[in-house]
Structures are given as structure tokens and as C-alpha cells.
Design a protein. Sequence first.
Length: 87
Amino acid sequence: MCCGRCDGLMVERPCWQRDWPDVSRGWLKGLYMWVCINCGNRLDAVIAANRAQQAERTERIRHDVLWQECKRQLRLLQEEVAYESTA
Ligand SMILES: [Zn+2]
């Protein structure tokens, strides 16, 4: 999976390696999130939702761009999870 910020490589990390471990325990039973090894960008469902909400409060155009990117990245993530669960 490519980073939405820098196109770097995003790797799956267990949540217990995170700096703030209680942010998004609900995502995939709270086991994994995605971290960009290039820029440090992090993504899971809660982070994506929080970014979208923050953008909505500030600027609608920016919100739309962010939300589309969140949805794009989540779609990629879901495809990857679905693929891995069948492997
Ligand atoms: Zn990145």
C-alpha cells in the first residue's frame, strides 16, 4: 500500500507499537494499523474519520479532498485485508 501523503511504502504494524495505543482499538479488533516508513503517516479507520471531521470544521474544499483520500486509502486497506484473509 502506498502512502497518500508521499507515495512511500506503508507497512502494517501492531497497535501496541503505536505512540497513542488507545486511539483506535476497534479497527480490525485493534490489532493493526498502517504506518508510512518514509514520512511516518499513520492510517486506520479512526484516524481517517478524525481527519475528515477536522477538515469539515475548517474548510469544506479541504474536507472534500481529505475525505476522498481517506476513502481511497481505506478502500485500498480493505482490499488488502480481504486479499490477505483469503490467502
Ligand atoms: Zn508517507
